[in-house]
Design a protein around this ligand. Structure first.
Ligand SMILES: NC(=O)c1ccc[n+]([C@@H]2O[C@H](COP(=O)([O-])OP(=O)(O)OC[C@H]3O[C@@H](n4cnc5c(N)ncnc54)[C@H](O)[C@@H]3O)[C@@H](O)[C@H]2O)c1
Length: 324
């Protein structure tokens, strides 16, 4: 699966610092970079390498320098940058929708202050390449954005896009923002929209599962979004453009039918209201801006994710005893 994505090792003169490296997308980013031989420094709140281990060999993981720290702490971020001396930063550390709702102040510290810390560190140390994760949820916070749902998480992400613009305007700190839709794949195990991945895991484990939303969603493969982040920092950029990224826009019902093609006895259903995020927005502008970063057709992505889950279940690396 990792071989699908074109990573240009020669594009990097120094290490890439990946914040939130222990998360789903972070795991794919460090796995792709390490496999390509690009030096990687991981930064995360915890030492937990459970998700990267699902994708990487022990040797690949050992090649990653792992720093722990709180992205909301300016001194910790600055120290990490001084120690890593990165040629590029991929900033992914964040709290997802339910965590921001449960603790709005912590959400703002991690998602908003944490992002300011990264931009400030990049400015002070002169890091010229920076990509960060916004979200499809940011649309709900825009005056003229698509979609109606407005979450604190989306408001924080939108604030980060504005922070990026001012850092480019006032100090020439260039960045690329990517607004992923619903990401699926190995390592996706938390957050509002992780349920499509749980449906694939349930099928692999022979368990019934109900996805608590229906209708059109994006099926954006975790490797595809990770590859786009890497491509975004593969060359110097200017300004602070932000792009939507949704992969395939397909209903939950159709996605479940694709899972049943590889697991005919799977007992999968969906219920509830459709998600209100504007996940139909195309990836065309991102693809034009970045060039080729690989693509995973949905049927293949589901087949390969199902096969990977079967293997991980057999090896005891993934647990499907209780599926949220
Ligand atoms: N997964 C999706 O569908 C999706 C969609 C849109 C945007 N995004 C964004 O992409 C990024 C990565 O998403 P993901 O799915 O990999 O998330 P995730 O929840 O799997 O991982 C987030 C990582 O950030 C780390 N983290 C949390 N608080 C931290 C702190 N205070 N300091 C340092 N590290 C901290 C966590 O330990 C975790 O490893 C996030 O910014 C997220 O908001 C994700």
């Amino acid at each position: 699966m990792l071989d699908r994505f074109p990573i240009d090792r020669k594009a990097f003169a120094g290490p890439v610092l990946v914040t939130g490296a222990g998360g789903c997308i972070g795991s794919w980013v460090i796995a792709l970079l390490a496999r390509a031989g690009v030096p990687v420094v991981a930064f995360d709140l915890s030492e937990d390498k459970r998700r990267p281990r699902l994708l990487m060999t022990d040797a690949e993981l050992a090649s990653v320098r792992w720093l722990t720290g709180d992205i909301a702490d300016p001194a910790a971020v600055r120290a990490a940058l001084e120690s890593a001396k990165p040629a590029a930063i991929v900033h992914l550390a964040a709290l997802q929708v339910p965590f921001c709702k449960a603790d709005p102040i912590l959400g703002a510290k991690v998602n908003v202050v944490g992002t300011v810390n990264v931009f400030e560190g990049a400015r002070q140390l002169g890091v010229r390449r920076l990509a960060y994760a916004s979200s499809v949820a940011a649309h709900g916070a825009m005056e003229e954005g698509e979609g109606v749902m407005s979450t604190l998480y989306g408001a924080y992400k939108y604030c980060n896009e504005q922070t990026a613009k001012v850092y480019a305007q006032d100090w020439g700190v260039a960045s690329v923002g990517i607004r992923p839709g619903v990401v699926y794949g190995i390592g996706r195990d938390q957050g509002l929209t992780s349920k499509t991945t749980f449906a694939i895991l349930a099928a692999a484990a022979g368990k019934p599962y109900d996805v608590p939303f229906r209708g059109g969603v994006s099926w954006l493969h975790a490797g595809e979004v990770a590859s786009a982040f890497i491509k975004a920092v593969s060359q110097d950029r200017s300004g602070a453009p932000v792009f939507d990224q949704n992969g395939a826009y397909v209903t939950v019902e159709e996605g479940l039918a694709l899972i049943r093609k590889v697991a005919p006895s799977a007992s999968l259903t969906c219920s509830g209201a459709p998600l209100a995020f504007p996940m139909h927005l195309p990836d065309t502008a991102l693809r034009q801006y970045l060039g080729d970063y690989g693509e995973v057709p949905l049927a293949e992505g589901i087949r390969e994710t199902h096969a990977a889950f079967r293997s991980l279940l057999e090896r005891g690396l993934v647990d499907a005893t209780s599926l949220p």
